[in-house]
Design a protein around this ligand. Sequence first.
Ligand code: FMN
Length: 342
Amino acid sequence: MHNTTSFDSKQFRKALGAFATGVTVVTTRGADGEDAGLTANSFNSASLAPPMVLWSLDKKSSNLATFMEADHFAVHILAAGQEAVSNQFAKSGADRFAGLQVERGAGHVPLLGDCAARFQCRTAYRYEGGDHIIFVGEVLSFDSTDHAPLVFHGGRYGRIQPPPAEVATCRAADDDDFLGFMLRRAYAQLMMPLLADVQRRGLNDLHRSILTVLSMGDGRSVAEVSRLVELGGHLASEEHFQDLATQGLITIGPGEDGGMVRFTDAGRRCASDHMVAKRVAEADATRGFSRDEVQLLKNLLQRVIGNTGAGVPDFWRKENFWRENNLWSTLAKAPENAGVQP
Ligand SMILES: Cc1cc2nc3c(=O)[nH]c(=O)nc-3n(C[C@H](O)[C@H](O)[C@H](O)COP(=O)(O)O)c2cc1C
């Protein structure tokens, strides 16, 4: 424990860093018409009625004179993906607004986009606060989004880790949070609408797996497709291939290892439709996640896949079943599916 007579400023800063905050950018427009702004995590709410917020500015800041004279300022609570904006507004000497589109708010103050929330303020009070000036703003208007906020803690950026979703089951056993169980359950639930989709077409999960493998590149033997289908834990029989052929979705040509399997036009359409349904199911399963959280989830799962992949057969490696003629790239190129990535 440090008392007021013995602490040094480094330790003091470190202790203050224990307080996790969001990150804001405070902007204003100078009397000379120049836009000014800086990154600040000293922001806080001050009053609800009247609505007021506060933040503090280092007296050594090159922005001090501008903010001292300004009648208005805007506080932007940055979203999780705006780390670069935070760094840009903390950098001395640079044009902090470079490359950013701004709107104009009260007092012609520049407003940034894509933030978690914004508060347009009239400067109500300025207080001396040691080596900082404390600005209190009366909030004239505000807007907010459901973007997750950027977090600052211990001198580093961070993200909010959402609590585990409350699922319908009670957590009766510790096994409930065994990763394998969670992955299996998440997979089973994610796939429910997709199974319903293939069942409507008179197909089952194994037919679905065969079409999925072919969507990564058709023109493979029955034996090769079967071995790839096994990656999903299924064993496809010759009958499943025959069913798809009877439905006019694939052709099984002559050749070794059971013959060469190719999509028919109808099969290709069916697989493409199913891929769109997959994107819908994924969006539904990650409802309420920010784009960053979805990416984080995928990155972590990639690492699990990497950590557990030592013993898997070589032909299950992505590069061995992913081909030039895969349907995903066609889907991503279709204008109505802009943004869809395999
Ligand atoms: C996460 C973070 C929070 C910051 N918070 C504040 C703050 O509350 N007040 C402040 O005066 N400077 C704060 N700064 C520093 C300023 O953003 C800026 O780097 C500093 O004002 C130097 O630039 P200037 O002299 O051009 O203003 C913070 C920087 C970072 C990265």
